[in-house]
Ligand binder design. Sequence first.
Ligand code: GAR
Length: 201
Amino acid sequence: MLNPVIEQNNHTAKRIAIFASGAGSNAEKIIQHFRSHQIIEVALIVCNKQGAGVLQIAADNKIEVLLIEKEKFFRGNGYVDELKSAGIGFIVLAGFLWKIPEVLIGAYRNRIINIHPALLPKYGGKGMYGSKVHEAVIAAGEKESGITIHYVDEHYDNGDVIFQATCPVLSNDTPEALAHRIHQLEHNNFPQVVESCINKF
Ligand code: GAR
């Protein structure tokens, strides 16, 4: 197993990779949170989509990018070698839409966390991402939704829950309005939860 703690510039650094496929607003909040952190560093943005907003966020913050391709991710080594040689000890999924292959989960067991924009175990699973989740929550007439931060295992949205927070679903909510409320909840909580998880090892 990869030792997450590596010696760098005479101090002990914990290097994290953020995997994201889209706009990257959560990635940006996490980057800001750790910008002047003494030990934890967002060292890499991993993205599967050319042109994704998160790539501009990485460029603005001078963070290295690894653009991954499907064949190698799912049928190769899951980019484990690249992540290890970059000294990555912890992985944060922030709006990353591909399933994580077993080889990568095995190499980073209990060191990959995901954020999901609903109260798992409801409204999770394959195909449940972004606005599809909010559409389903509204269509079901839920009065409450929220966010779930959890460890990643071999199954979609299944690993142990680390943190949940709730918000109301209003009677006239559109998926966009609910998404906005959920994003606020994510931005206000995800960076701190990432930090407390990393501090555990
Ligand atoms: C977030 O709301 C996150 O919870 C969701 O994608 C959005 C990404 O937003 N993730 C999923 O739906 C995973 N199943 P961002 O790119 O602005 O951070």
